[in-house]
Design a protein around this ligand. Structure first.
Ligand SMILES: Nc1nc2c(ncn2[C@@H]2O[C@H](COP(=O)(O)OP(=O)(O)OP(=O)(O)O)[C@@H](O)[C@H]2O)c(=O)[nH]1
Ligand SMILES: [Mg+2]
Length: 415
């Protein structure tokens, strides 16, 4: 593990919450850092040259030298100029929050598309930060190479040459365009089976992947007590209690101050969210920061243009709450469902809630197909989710289905 120092610098009156500082510590930990010390710096104004004051920089520089610290991580975004100045004073890698998140993303990307997107976001971040003659700022700092803040996706080493970087960016954009098209084709093919789609979204570490595992009774989806365990969307079929199936997609976790170019980098991956029939918002009931985290999630949903999709709210990790606070939480959120994904509790209620929410767009119908119209059966199966099938004595078929209005009208006309 690399020893790191954290700096949470905020303006007086806008002081970071304890949770926000703890989150920075968890991010650093997730990236493989062992936190030596955390500086909470309160400022009257940000210093345009060094973000924090010169004196503070020198104090940190001494600490770095005396304790073999490999990186200093700032909770703020640092400008290229600030980074250069900071690196001149402090002999360690200078990493900001955005770069730290990108570094974690780089080690997490699993699919080709995920890798391309992370690398593109990294290179776009790096480009303005390279010093003039192709020298690499990140590499120069403290003469240190490798480790935290230098990872690319897969086994790839990040490039630090300006000209080559530009070429690589163009190539990545081209490849992403290609992969996107392929995805579109794949999705169109999948759409032939019109199952309702639920997108699981929520703050990082809320328990989204654990929930999907519980829903599908398997442990194929990587869940971990680290931030951004999931990067690429995973879609699974889930059997509903009353019959039928629904598609659930697990997505990348959201986080405060997620850099804007990252949101747009992941837009393609998050397309699943804007195309869902229901958004399932998973919250961590044990978090001290639920409302702030929810605000962050809503903001990103809006950024994705998905704010009009019906949403179901679920509080997870209820097993961690004592009786009284849990009761209070339930009182304050009458429309929500309360579960423990880990202990498989409340899952039935959750699925019921999701079906209810689906009824905004999908309708529950019972149809009878007489023998003379048996040819319609295939069409129904292709255009509806069949919850129950009863073969009647007279050879006719009674189907309980969930179906969109347009498709129902089509069937109605034929029957
Ligand atoms: N006690 C408790 N822990 C849970 C529950 N659900 C998930 N966890 C734990 O919370 C941690 C995060 O779970 P994940 O499923 O990886 O969370 P996630 O929302 O997918 O996280 P990202 O993919 O990082 O956004 C893991 O250590 C889980 O074991 C629960 O109901 N109760
Ligand atoms: Mg996950």
């Amino acid at each position: 593990m690399e020893k790191v120092i954290l700096v949470a610098a905020s303006l007086k009156g806008e002081k970071y919450s304890k949770e926000s500082v703890a989150e920075l510590e968890r991010l650093a930990h997730t990236a493989g850092g062992s936190v030596y010390k955390t500086y909470e710096v309160l400022l009257n104004a940000y210093n345009p040259a060094t973000l924090i004051g010169k004196g503070k920089c020198e104090e940190i520089a001494l600490e770095v030298k005396a304790n073999d610290i490999s990186a200093v991580i700032f909770n703020e975004e640092i400008t290229p100029a600030q980074q250069k100045n900071l690196a001149n004073i402090i002999p360690a890698k200078i990493i900001d929050r955005t770069w730290l998140i990108l570094d974690i993303f780089a080690s997490r990307a699993r699919t080709k598309e995920g890798e391309l997107q992370v690398e593109l976001a990294q290179l776009k971040f790096l480009l303005p930060r390279l010093s003039g003659k192709g020298g690499a700022l990140m590499q120069q700092t403290g003469g240190r190479r490798g480790g935290m803040g230098t990872r690319g996706p897969g086994e790839r080493k990040l490039e630090y040459d300006r000209r080559r970087l530009r070429v690589r960016i163009a190539k990545l954009e081209e490849e992403i365009e290609k992969v996107k098209k392929e995805r579109g084709i794949r999705r169109a093919r999948r759409a032939v089976v019109p199952l309702p789609q639920v997108a699981i979204v929520g703050y990082t570490n809320a328990g989204k992947s654990t929930l999907l595992n519980t829903l599908t009774q398997e442990t194929a989806v990587y869940a971990d007590d680290k931030l951004f365990a999931t990067l690429d969307p995973t879609t699974r079929r889930v059997k509903m209690p009353g019959g039928g199936q629904i598609l659930f997609t697990d997505t990348v976790g959201f986080i405060q101050k997620l850099p804007h170019n990252l949101v747009s980098a992941f837009r393609a991956t998050l397309e699943e969210v804007s195309e869902a029939d229901v958004i399932l918002h998973v919250k961590d009931a044990s978090s001290k920061d639920i409302s702030e985290q929810s605000r962050t999630v809503f903001k990103i949903i809006k950024d994705l243009g998905a704010q009009n999709i019906p949403m179901a709210e679920v509080f997870n990790k209820c097993d961690l709450l004592p009786h009284y606070p849990l009761a209070a939480l339930k009182n304050a959120n009458p429309g929500a469902v309360f579960i423990s994904a880990k202990e498989n509790k409340g899952i039935k209620e959750l699925l019921k809630k999701i079906e209810e929410t689906l009824l905004f767009k999908w309708h529950l119908k019972t149809i009878r197909i007489p023998v003379s119209k048996a040819y319609l059966t295939g069409f129904v199966y292709e255009n509806a989710m069949v919850k129950k099938r009863v073969e009647n004595k007279d050879g006719s078929l009674t189907l309980k289905i969930m179906i969109t209005k347009g498709n129902y009208d089509k069937i109605k006309k034929e029957l």
